[in-house]
Write a protein that binds this ligand. Structure first.
Ligand SMILES: Cc1cc2nc3c(=O)[nH]c(=O)nc-3n(C[C@H](O)[C@H](O)[C@H](O)COP(=O)(O)OP(=O)(O)OC[C@H]3O[C@@H](n4cnc5c(N)ncnc54)[C@H](O)[C@@H]3O)c2cc1C
Length: 296
């Protein structure tokens, strides 16, 4: 690759370079640098000349757009966590993410495009049906985050495209139950053995609405528990003790955990089921909408 590198001044220039030759987009570099170093001593060698994009202001913003929040792909996790428009569910996931030093440079776009089943932002983004704007020099298309990732490290981005924007629902003024838990060897700077995001609206008469559940690191891609959601949707919190077993069974059918260096498939399966059961039988029924800790 002849030591070449690109630092475009604008997004348009970045897209022209991307469309013109093989380059490797580099945002915060926190995945790329670690991945490449495993195979080569310093200096880190990429598979193609780097196309640096983290400095582009056109990719760094948080915008409230009616009932949607639009986030530039090169927005760092630190800036996301700091932004008042961001849903508390996403902020919960960011709190479990790496360390302040990594959060200062790691970007939301890098977390998505790395397409790791253990990426900490993905359970939230999958649960809330986030969409992604993929752009090349000729135009843009929007795809659901669930359709974007096709396997570990694999996605539908073409060689000419960049992920430019992530869209998800704006912060809901009505308090919601929100739960995020990551199981990892330690609290920070560790990749997940499994992660779980759950949110729901609970009506004053205790009816559960808009239950959304997704888990990371328990299958080749993040899993949305659609069937379990349907079992619980529109039921009363009082019925959860009776329904939790069926819901957990439905979740088990959706999981496809693997053995790897971080954990075993058996542990992932049993720990995820225990966590889901705890959320459905205890955390969700005991949550009250005046519990501000879930709304900040
Ligand atoms: C010490 C340490 C701790 C970590 N802890 C966590 C953790 O707790 N949770 C977690 O989820 N992750 C963790 N990570 C992984 C990493 O920090 C995140 O995945 C981060 O969000 C990646 O963002 P980045 O901007 O650094 O991506 P980069 O490394 O720059 O890029 C990652 C991939 O995405 C591509 N890419 C980036 N942006 C775009 C774009 N806009 N368009 C197209 N392709 C793009 C790159 O080409 C590359 O393939 C950790 C990493 C380290 C080193």
């Amino acid at each position: 690759m002849n030591g070449r590198a690109f630092r475009p001044a604008t997004l348009a220039e970045a897209l022209t370079i991307r469309g013109g030759e093989a380059v490797r987009p580099v945002a915060g570099g926190t995945d790329l640098m670690v991945a490449r170093r495993r195979h080569a001593p310093a200096p880190v060698r990429l598979d193609a000349p780097p196309l640096f994009i983290a400095h582009l202001s056109e990719l760094r913003y948080v915008r409230l757009d009616g009932d949607r929040t639009a986030v530039g792909a090169a927005t760092t996790l630190h800036d996301l966590a700091d932004s008042p428009g961001i849903d508390p569910g996403l902020k919960k996931a960011i709190r479990w993410f790496a360390s302040p030093a990594i959060r200062n440079v790691a970007t939301i776009g890098g977390n998505i495009c790395n397409a790791s089943p253990a990426a900490d932002l993905l359970p939230y983004l999958v649960a809330v049906d986030a969409t992604l704007v993929l752009q090349d020099a000729g135009g843009a298309r929007e795809v659901a985050v669930r359709e974007f990732i096709t396997g570990p490290g694999r996605h539908v981005l073409t060689d000419a495209e960049l992920l430019t924007e992530v869209r998800f629902p704006a912060r809901d003024p009505v308090p919601r139950f929100r739960f995020y838990r990551k199981v990892a060897p330690r609290r920070s700077n560790a990749l997940s053995k499994l992660s779980l995001y759950v949110e729901a609206r609970v009506e004053p008469n205790a009816t559960i609405r808009e239950l959304r559940m997704a888990a990371g690191a328990i299958a080749p891609t993040v899993v949305r528990f659609d069937e379990a959601e349907r079992i619980v949707e529109a039921q009363s919190t009082a019925a959860l003790g009776r329904l939790a077993g069926d819901a957990v069974q439905a979740c088990m059918r959706a999981m496809n955990p693997i053995d790897d260096q971080r954990s075993t498939a058996a542990y992932r399966m049993s720990a995820t089921c225990r966590l889901i059961r705890r959320v459905l039988e205890h955390d969700l029924p005991s949550w009250r909408c005046h519990d501000r800790s879930d709304h900040t």
